[in-house]
Write a protein that binds this ligand. Structure first.
Ligand SMILES: Nc1ncnc2c1ncn2[C@@H]1O[C@H](COP(=O)(O)OP(=O)(O)O)[C@@H](O)[C@H]1O
Ligand SMILES: [Mg+2]
Length: 174
């Protein structure tokens, strides 16, 4: 995984925190990024995973969960159907609860509230695919990870940390 190709600023004014763009050569590079993101992760952290269909949001979420299981010295959860079919999946990783959301089919932000997304973000670690569906309901303390397809197996990850979580994820600040 190449590491320091350029800087970027997310365009939304609210997410003006500068972040890092990281070149990912292949799936192993994605796993390595997921592992780095999992190191400082703790309850209350939210990861907003954006990018086109096939960009690797689900792959990143699963690699993150595997890395967290390793960190917590517990067996990784078995492969489960994509949350695309369920909107939300919960994983118990040692003492941590991880909520994996795929909001692609979300009809409106109210539906996300019915899913308990606020509690999930507060009481667990939340990994959210298609976070755009939430509009402004995203928690202010979060990591944005945007995945961009740059080739068959290559990706660019654009990462920005917002709010108090920034301190723990300083390595991803520009
Ligand atoms: N470097 C990479 N990072 C992420 N996914 C990759 C990479 N190289 C190939 N892929 C493939 O791209 C696909 C990404 O699918 P998925 O994670 O379901 O995307 P999304 O959830 O963003 O729609 C998978 O089939 C994965 O194997
Ligand atoms: Mg997906």
């Amino acid at each position: 995984m190449g590491d320091r190709d350029d800087r970027f600023s997310a365009s939304a004014p609210e997410s003006a925190a500068p972040g890092r763009a990281i070149a990912i050569a292949d799936l192993a590079g994605l796993d390595a990024l997921a592992a780095r993101l999992a190191v400082p992760a703790r309850t209350g952290d939210t990861f907003a995973l954006s990018g086109d269909l096939g960009a690797g949001k689900t792959a990143l979420a699963r690699a993150f969960i595997r890395a967290l299981a390793k960190r917590e010295n517990v067996a990784p959860p078995g492969e489960v159907p994509s949350p695309t079919f369920t909107l939300m999946q919960v994983y118990d990783i040692g003492p941590l609860e991880v909520f994996h959301f795929d909001l692609y089919r979300l009809k409106n932000a109210d539906e996300a509230l019915e899913l308990g997304i606020e509690d999930a973000c507060a009481d667990g670690i939340a990994l959210i695919e298609w976070p755009e569906r939430l509009g402004r309901c995203l928690p202010p303390d979060r990591i944005d990870v945007g995945l961009v397809i740059t080739g068959e197996g290559s990706r660019r990850a654009e990462i920005a940390a917002h709010g108090r979580i920034r301190d723990r994820y300083r390595e991803f600040a520009a």
